[in-house]
Design a protein around this ligand. Structure first.
Ligand code: ADP
Ligand code: MG
Length: 395
């Protein structure tokens, strides 16, 4: 039975066990689950050591694993398979432990391989041959962090199987290292923290400098409201330019101000000292976004969903105009779904938007978005509600 309690996840767990047995000839030792996330507010603030407020969603990656040491003690062969996009026969990608070299593993297997590599960098840890199979229903490249769901499911599995007893903060840092150094995507600490540390029906308020967390109740049921995700189906990629360029802009702004990170800046008046107008605008987003996260936490605690909605809209404007990470499709989604507040979520340059919507308005709001997309000639978006689920664990 899945810990998330979802019947759908339980059925996927059983199906994955069968597929694993078919592909590898025996059952896995266990199956672990790690959710994707939406970020309610606090975008690109993580690598500026600021605040974020994501929550884990009821879409997750499942990873089934078996150590080869049981049947073949010396084996250094790592076998990876994923049900994603595969037909009947699941192709298996095999590499050896020696081939765990940063940037050298092509394709999707780089993500689980990255986690193995990061763990093997630790003193006293030596992960040898294993068989792994992934089944994920987190949409890929939609800004809901399918990559971290995969990495987090892998690290909780290995932590459990090898008795590593890593803390959640250590696992978050290791998966960040995996994605930054091995895969080569310069992402921050938010996504994996959300996947590891979230609690059901709560958002995760994370201070990315201290790594302290607070679970903030989401008063959605009281307001008969839901979080609607609008996946524009315009895939983004963080391995290429835009994300890294924003990071560089922020570092440049911090250097101009003589601070270690933009977290240390509290008012936009201080930003006048940044000569470069682009760096100044980027910094303005970070400084105002940190403030909006704190305001959103206070509004949630006061059960003032109207105030949260306004902050979402302000956040979107800031990302569109100052940080310049939105897209035509994301702007259209936010405009059409404005309802109780909406914003793009995740790294940007494509991906998904979220909207706070009253239950009875789900259909009309979805219809308005679909019509706006149709009118503009965009690809039909995928629109669905999400539930704030609990963080990763054994399935
Ligand atoms: P996001 O994390 O926002 O979904 P990324 O570009 O960071 O987007 O990560 C997407 C990549 O993660 C995919 O291109 C693929 O390599 C890998 N991935 C995610 N889910 C799966 C899956 N179910 N099977 C195989 N690879 C996956
Ligand atoms: Mg990702």
């Amino acid at each position: 039975m899945s810990r998330s309690g979802s019947g759908e996840t339980a059925a996927r767990v059983n199906a994955l066990r069968e597929k694993f047995a078919k592909a590898y000839g025996h059952r896995p030792e266990g199956i672990w689950r790690a959710p994707g996330r939406v970020n309610l507010i606090g975008e690109h603030t993580d690598y500026n050591l600021g605040y974020v407020l994501p929550f884990a969603i009821d879409k997750n990656a499942l990873v089934a694993v078996r150590r080869k040491s049981q049947l073949d003690p010396g084996s250094q062969v790592l076998d990876f398979a994923s049900t994603y996009g595969a037909g009947g026969e699941l192709p298996i990608t095999s590499i050896t432990v020696d081939e765990l070299v940063p940037r050298a593993v092509p394709g999707w297997a780089a993500y689980p391989a990255a986690v193995l590599w990061a763990l093997n960098q630790l003193d006293g840890v030596r992960i040898g041959g294993l068989e792994l199979m992934v089944d994920s229903d987190v949409p890929v490249g939609s800004g809901l962090s399918s990559s971290h769901a995969l990495e987090v499911a892998t690290i909780v599995a290995l932590d459990d199987l090898y008795g590593l007893q890593l803390t959640k903060v250590q696992m978050a840092q290791l998966t960040q290292r995996a994605e930054n150094e091995f895969v080569g995507a310069p992402t921050g600490i938010m996504d994996q923290s959300a996947s590891l540390m979230s609690q059901a029906q709560h958002a995760l308020f994370l201070d990315c400098r201290s790594m302290e967390t607070q679970a903030v109740p989401l008063p959605l049921a009281q307001h008969n409201a839901v979080v609607l995700v609008i996946d524009t189906r315009v895939e983004h990629s963080h391995v290429d330019g835009g994300y890294a360029a924003r990071r560089a802009n922020c570092e440049q702004a911090a250097a101009a101000l003589g601070v270690e990170s933009l977290r240390e800046v509290h008012s936009i008046a201080e930003l006048e000292a940044i000569a470069d107008p682009v760096a100044r605008r980027r910094a303005k987003h970070i400084v105002t976004e940190n403030r909006r996260v704190l305001d959103a936490v206070a509004a949630l605690r006061a059960s003032d969903l109207g105030a949260v909605g306004k902050l979402l809209c302000q956040s979107h404007e800031s990302m569109r105009d100052d940080y310049e990470i939105s897209s035509e499709e994301l702007d259209a989604a936010v405009e059409a779904a404005m309802a109780g507040g909406a914003r793009m979520t995740g790294g940007g340059f494509g991906g998904s938007a979220i909207a706070l919507v009253k239950r009875e308005r789900i259909e009309p709001v979805s219809q308005a978005v679909r019509e706006a997309f149709d009118h503009a000639g965009y690809v039909e978006p995928a629109i669905f509600t999400v539930i704030a689920d609990e963080g990763a664990g054994r399935a």
